[in-house]
Design a protein around this ligand. Structure first.
Ligand SMILES: [Zn+2]
Length: 134
């Protein structure tokens, strides 16, 4: 448990310095993002800190329905959509694609998969990683 808390702290501390960290499996090279101690691809327990691979694709994008729209978050970042993001050698993860209005979702979806780049956003007391089209 303590080790889990430390890994989360290391990740958020690095974000404060503008670095996005992941864990790489020493056995199969799989990337765990968000960082996780064990490799979910092969089960190996030996992983090491690396910076997130530069190549990250957006595989899917969905509009945020009015019911689930977070008004505080929207006031902070503007338009956004829900997206499936996949760093190279990692599994797909659910995240947020910034600067996408609900009207633009269909147009973007027609071009997927598309490369994205990370945007580090200041949220309430901590920084978080979201994405925008590269
Ligand atoms: Zn592995």
């Amino acid at each position: 448990m303590l080790k889990c808390e430390r890994i989360v702290k290391t990740f958020y501390d690095a974000l404060e310095e503008g670095k996005i960290l992941a864990r790489r499996c020493s056995e199969c090279g799989h990337i765990e993002y968000p960082p996780y101690l064990a490799c979910n691809a092969c089960g190996n327990l030996d992983t090491e800190w690396v910076e997130l691979p530069e190549k990250v694709m957006c595989n899917q994008v969905l509009p945020v329905s009015a019911m689930f729209m977070d008004p505080d978050f929207k006031a902070n970042v503007g338009d956004y959509a829900i997206a499936a993001i996949q760093p190279e050698n990692a599994f797909e993860v659910g995240s947020v694609l910034l600067h996408v209005s609900p009207e633009e979702v269909d147009e973007i979806r027609a071009k997927l998969p598309a490369p994205v780049k990370p945007v580090i956003v200041q949220e309430d007391g901590y920084k978080n990683v979201h994405w925008e089209l590269a």
